[in-house]
Design a protein around this ligand. Structure first.
Ligand SMILES: [Zn+2]
Length: 164
């Protein structure tokens, strides 16, 4: 697996909380596979999308995976900017359905499944952030993250595969 030097820099290490979160990321295997395939199809560019589901004390329960365009064409290899129109359309569609947008996934082409300082800047509290590492076009790792109480760093969240 590739790990560019910057992932070992103090700036990048500061983004990671030593403590893992208590909450769990619950997702069916076929939906995990959709994220992996979508990340592979977009390689070598970064892809992104939304997670639809519900959030309770135990964690996130994912019902649906919704790809959204990455508007950052200039640096599409290492940055993503989720299309706000895509976000709004899905948010509107979900009103009254009992499920909502509860996270954002994105890929890291030829980089580890660890969040960057840029990821922290754009992270929202309460959202789950799975990152798919794609090396040479193959999804090799997926890790899920969420910002801690002070929103100063990402905590790792256990991914639990559930029946679909
Ligand atoms: Zn990232």
């Amino acid at each position: 697996m590739y790990e560019p030097d910057r992932f070992r820099s103090p700036e990048y290490l500061a983004v990671l909380d030593d403590k893992a979160a208590d909450a769990v990321f619950n997702i069916a295997s076929d939906k995990l596979e959709i994220m992996r395939k979508s990340a592979e199809a977009g390689y070598p560019l970064e892809i992104c999308g939304l997670l639809v589901g519900s959030l309770n004390d135990a964690g996130w329960v994912i019902h649906d995976i919704r790809p959204v365009a990455n508007l950052n064409e200039e640096r599409a290899a290492d940055r993503f900017q989720l299309d706000p129109a895509g976000y709004q359309a899905i948010d509107r569609e979900l009103r009254g359905t009992g499920v909502e947008i509860i996270g954002v996934y994105h890929s890291h082409p030829d980089c580890p499944a660890k969040p960057s300082p840029t990821d922290l800047e754009s992270a929202w509290e309460g959202f789950a952030y799975p990152i798919i590492s794609v090396c040479d076009g193959k999804a090799v790792d997926i890790c899920c993250w969420s910002v801690n109480d002070s929103a100063a760093a990402f905590q790792n969240i256990e991914i639990k595969e559930i029946a679909s």
